[in-house]
Design a protein around this ligand. Structure first.
Ligand SMILES: NC(=O)c1ccc[n+]([C@@H]2O[C@H](COP(=O)([O-])OP(=O)(O)OC[C@H]3O[C@@H](n4cnc5c(N)ncnc54)[C@H](O)[C@@H]3O)[C@@H](O)[C@H]2O)c1
Length: 320
């Protein structure tokens, strides 16, 4: 199979390294910063283009993988789908639900697969949490809290992440991971309430409470204008026990659970913890292509739903 990787900044390079480790996968890359891309790739056999349209025209691709800034996702995905290519695209799906719908329409019209790379659905601590919820081994959920905290992302190309119209800010760029996981596992909440702290110095925090029948889920996302280590954790309390993911460990009622070790942030060079899941999500999408099956683990509609939930959160949030 041959992939056309569009964008080889922080996340694109994580994906690139996943493809490099896969047998029989050929890669072409498109990034407007050709010199930067070549410097990173260090492999003359990988063609590098400044224009993704040219790459799509000249290379015999099976699919594209879009790892560009979020405000570019919709146009690029629609272009690739209209040119007959299956499309994997980084999260968030787009910067508005209208754009997300445009992507869905293009996928349906072309008959080509579209999957948004909601990696948390593939990360071992969250796969484990979902298995505990689905099996009811600890009874029904009582309360779940998920944190995702990071230094404000000042490392992106042209600082696009700090421009709300380009990234959607902390809610759509960061907290969307946990927001997406919440409705992936539990479906639409009965109601939600939120608080948004905009500290005007690149420190932004959003906390949301999703109400379900008999329990609630709280997601907290924060960008700090300070050099702090990235952390993504949860504490899930059930009728008969608890599960937590903390400090890189998964704990079930006080006992550490062993799951397969994934990559670390040192391996990827990007601000992540428990950075497994990337190779799995890519392998899953490629398997869907090979089998001609819709990627049911992350449907385009559910990814659009995440964008819609963020839109709702920003609408109802108490601004502080
Ligand atoms: N799943 C995750 O854990 C995770 C983590 C970080 C970022 N992301 C997502 O990945 C995407 C990329 O984020 P990033 O951190 O890699 O950003 P980045 O700024 O590091 O990289 C973006 C890259 O896109 C390139 N680019 C810009 N315009 C282009 C164009 N027209 N054609 C080709 N290339 C172009 C830039 O040169 C840059 O190399 C975003 O949607 C972000 O939300 C996901």
């Amino acid at each position: 199979m041959k992939v056309g990787l569009i964008g080889i900044g922080g996340m694109g390079f994580v994906h690139f390294n996943c493809y490099k480790k896969m047998e029989g996968v050929k890669i072409a890359v498109a990034d407007i910063r050709v010199d930067m891309a070549k410097e990173k790739i260090k492999d003359d056999s990988v063609p590098v283009y400044a224009s993704y349209e040219e790459m799509i025209e000249k290379e015999e691709l099976d699919f594209v993988d879009i790892c560009t800034p979020s405000y570019l996702h919709a146009d690029m995905a629609v272009y690739a789908l209209e040119h007959g290519l299956h499309t994997l695209c980084e999260k968030p799906m787009s910067t508005s639900s209208a754009e997300a719908q445009r992507m869905i329409d293009a996928s349906e019209k072309s008959g080509k697969l579209l999957m948004i790379a909601h990696v948390v659905r593939f990360m071992s601590p969250y796969v484990y949490l979902k298995s505990v919820i689905d099996s009811c081994e600890l009874g029904k959920p009582v309360h779940i809290i998920m944190h995702r905290l990071s230094e404000a992302p000042k490392w992106s190309w042209e600082n696009w992440m700090l421009v709300p119209e380009k990234s959607g800010g902390v809610a759509l760029d960061l907290s969307v991971h946990d927001i997406d996981f919440t409705h992936y596992v539990f479906g639409q909440p009965k109601s939600l309430s939120a608080t948004y702290h905009d500290l005007k110095n690149n420190s932004n925090h959003v906390s949301t409470v999703f109400e379900y029948d008999g329990f609630s889920v709280e997601t907290v996302g924060g960008w700090f204008n300070a050099s702090i280590p990235f952390r993504a954790e949860y504490l899930a309390v059930f009728e008969n026990g608890y599960v937590e993911s903390k400090g890189g460990k998964i704990i079930n009622c006080g006992k550490e659970v062993s799951v397969e070790a994934g990559m670390t942030s040192e391996d990827t060079g990007i601000n992540l913890s428990g950075a497994d899941g990337y190779a799995d999500e890519i392998a899953y999408f490629m398997d869907c292509i090979k089998r001609g099956r819709q990627p049911m683990r992350v449907t385009p509609e559910s990814s659009k739903n995440s964008v819609e939930l963020v839109e709702k959160i920003l609408k109802v949030a108490k601004k502080v």
